[in-house]
Design a protein around this ligand. Structure first.
Ligand code: APR
Ligand code: PHB
Length: 424
């Protein structure tokens, strides 16, 4: 095992997947004195190197700070108080913080969050089994669930009170739920995103979401030296069809403004195509198995909600476990799915709405196109539309259970004020 002791045969909560959902759950449970073991199929190096999203909602930022893993984020992340919508050659700033009582977003890459969480878990003596192969889950319709997995060429069995399925969209937990006990809601989009990483200084102080008749594009950032850019593409296209000059020409055309805004080229060191889909599983619980994060739902990246939804699930789920272990009450566990799904569907709607408004749809007729322009114009000009967008973008409140909150406070978890002097 990498950087951890060998797995015990029993724990309280067995967690499948060391993504943001699984690691944060393990971390929050540990702060409340609840044991867990995380089983991860990939190596630590792979997990820490997987590049994904980078926008943290205010609630995510607060939780990382409160739970003691926000230090590096506060130093290296960059706080943004607005975003730009760009179309028709003009930019329109949406002042997120002004519209949401000072809430903001933090640009800090997901794999950096992962590194911070792995470091915290291992420093606290937690067990993460990397390179766990052929994970299978059993008896989760009972109070004695089991997980079997292979590691170091041996077969292991881990018994627990509960299993948390945090193994992402392609994991094993969701498909293990009997088909008759689950309902799936899905939508595929007829486009993908071509993403690049560039060595360059930031192109803009705030993210730019651009609509153009050639298609959507997005200017984001990773650091002072590395920028993240995307443009809408055919999901079946190949990166081989896109030499650097073609990428720069496409981005320049889509991001052009009347006032001569310039996109400086830099060395592109990574290219990839991302599929776009919406997906929700209902319910998010079956017996003693609880699903969280991408294992239960997927959003298209336009609203920057994927990571934040995983964090919100885990916050609700950790509250429920804390309540159960402190009092024996199962109310939180029983309400987990309904509570999480309310927020999931709100984020699904927001992500679908942003996607529909900002992308080019080849099958839209002139009537539908004009509706799309009307929607963009309303967002550019209406305080009410901008407020709704801003509230969703910085993150809707997470419904907490009062009892778990109280228990956590009593256990001495540090508050935002103690850590967060530098924020908002
Ligand atoms: N056994 C053990 N681990 C597994 C298995 C398996 N069979 N299948 C997948 N995993 C691991 C993956 O290797 C990955 O590290 O589960 C982890 C799931 O992590 P994510 O896919 O990051 O999912 P989640 O933690 O829910 O985070 C959601 O991540 O996918 C992005 O954009 C998404 O930002 C969102 C966030
Ligand atoms: C990113 O920086 O990767 C990013 C930013 C905003 C999005 C999606 C992705 O909506």
């Amino acid at each position: 095992m990498t950087g951890n002791v060998s797995a015990p045969a029993r724990t309280q909560v067995a967690i499948v997947g060391a993504g943001p959902a699984g690691l944060l759950l393990s971390h929050l449970l540990n702060l409340a004195g609840i044991e867990s073991v995380v089983l991860e199929s990939r190596s630590r190096a792979d997990v820490e190197a997987t590049l994904r999203a980078g926008v943290l909602e205010q609630g995510t930022v607060d939780l990382l700070i409160e739970s003691g893993v926000g230090e590096r984020m506060l130093l290296e992340g960059s706080l943004h108080h607005g975003i730009e919508f760009r179309f028709g050659g003009r930019g329109h700033r949406i002042p997120l913080s002004e519209l949401t009582d000072g809430r903001a977003i933090m640009l800090y890459a997901q794999h950096e969050v992962i590194k911070d969480l792995i470091h915290a878990r291992l420093a606290a003596g937690g067990t993460i089994v990397f390179d766990a192969r052929n994970v299978t889950i059993h008896d989760f319709d009972s109070a004695k669930p089991r997980i079997r997995f292979e590691h170091d060429e041996r077969v292991h069995e881990l018994r627990s009170d509960f299993i948390a399925g945090c193994d992402g969209y392609h994991g094993v937990c969701r498909p293990s739920v009997p088909p008759a006990a689950r309902q799936e809601f899905a939508r595929a989009y007829p486009f993908g995103w071509f993403g690049i990483l560039v060595n360059a200084r930031p192109y803009s102080p705030e993210l730019i979401y651009a609509y153009h008749e050639r298609g959507f594009s997005l200017v984001s950032t990773r650091s002072h030296e590395v920028q993240r850019l995307y443009f809408q593409c055919d999901p079946h296209d190949s990166v081989d069809n896109w030499p650097d000059e073609r990428i720069w020409a496409e981005l320049a055309a889509r991001l052009e403004t009347d006032d001569g805004w310039e996109l400086k080229q830099g060395p592109i060191f990574q290219k990839g195509i991302i599929a776009m889909r919406s997906f929700v599983l209902e319910p998010m619980q079956f017996g003693t198995l609880f699903l969280a994060g991408d294992a239960a739902h997927i959003v298209p990246p336009t609203g920057a909600k994927g990571l934040n939804l995983a964090v919100a699930d885990v916050r609700v789920l950790s509250d429920a476990f804390i309540e159960y272990y402190a009092t024996g009450r199962r109310d939180g566990l029983e309400h987990y799915s309904a509570t999480a799904l309310e927020r999931v569907w709100a984020a699904e709607h927001f992500s679908w709405w942003m996607t529909s408004m900002l992308h080019r749809y080849d099958d839209r007729d002139p009537f539908q196109q004009r509706l799309q322009f009307a929607q963009l114009n309303q967002v550019a000009s209406s305080h009410a539309f901008q407020t709704a967008l801003a509230e969703n973008y910085v993150g809707l409140p997470i419904r907490r259970r009062a009892l778990a909150e109280k228990l956590k406070r009593r256990s001495g978890a540090k508050t935002r004020r103690e850590f967060g002097a530098g924020i908002a």
